[in-house]
Design a binder for this molecule. Sequence first.
Ligand code: RIB
Ligand code: CA
Length: 312
Amino acid sequence: MRPVIINCDPGIDDSLAIMLAVLSKRLKVVGITTTFGNASVEHTTENALGIVEYLGADIPVAKGANGPIKGRRINANYVHGNNGLAGIRLPHRAKAVAESAEDFIIDRVKAGDVDTIISTAPLTNIAKAFMKDARAMRRLKKLVIMGGTVTEPGSVTRVAEFNFFGDPYAAEYVLHTGVYKLMIPRDITQRVIFKPSDFSKFAPGKRSELAAKLIRFYQRFYMNVLDLDGNPLPDVLTVGIVIKPGLIKTKRMQMDVETGGDYTRGMSVVERRSGEYQRKAVTNVDVAVSIKPDEFLDYFIRTISSRKTTYK
Ligand code: RIB
Ligand code: CA
């Protein structure tokens, strides 16, 4: 099993992503680091601890940043609810470990315990780990990032996706570290829509009920405000792609993130001009450019519904 750290801001789709990672039995979740984003880091840490206990999994949770390296803190309570989890409070006995998120990341990467980090949140913790110990972080084999957008409009603004907007300085910094980066942008996540008709595909059971309750809450924003015919599952898809890399095709791109800008803060700025501009591009990230939506949704629903696990 691939040893991974999940850096997240649970958050409804982050929570479902943790469920998929654990239930897939294809990833060894060495740890979860939390950050502000969909809710405050207090809430996202409580939610991560609750999901881990709900799954009966033994996964340490390290609390991270409660704001961006530069700029003001945002949240997405209007999508994920005031506590970040549709108001659902999952009980837990465990507490977050004493280490900060960035120290937890550095220690596990330095020890060789993890070769991949999956980030489904603002990149503040990741940037801080590289700033604090770049030498240790060079041991990381792969950084998978849910964030940014290439041709799709933004989400939190007309041009910026939420995770990059949450900490543009951290996103710009991380995109220019030397580690191998795979980015799953909105261009891909918006092509995988969970529709109301998909609920009936879950097999009955407590876990399916929880997943359905979370998705129903999440779906309200996408259907009522954005007029979509369902909701994307950005973070779940990102974990699904780490488990099943054949779901995507990728293209190497040159990408920066706007850290200033009255209208463009957090915008992912990509070299898309043809010919000589492409030949001379200084590429820094592999970006997913195609996806197999049905194959992913089928896998997600089957895994959440599966009874072949000892979890609830
Ligand atoms: O743009 C989608 C991202 O923003 C996801 O990670 C979601 O959880 C929110 O944080
Ligand atoms: Ca997230």
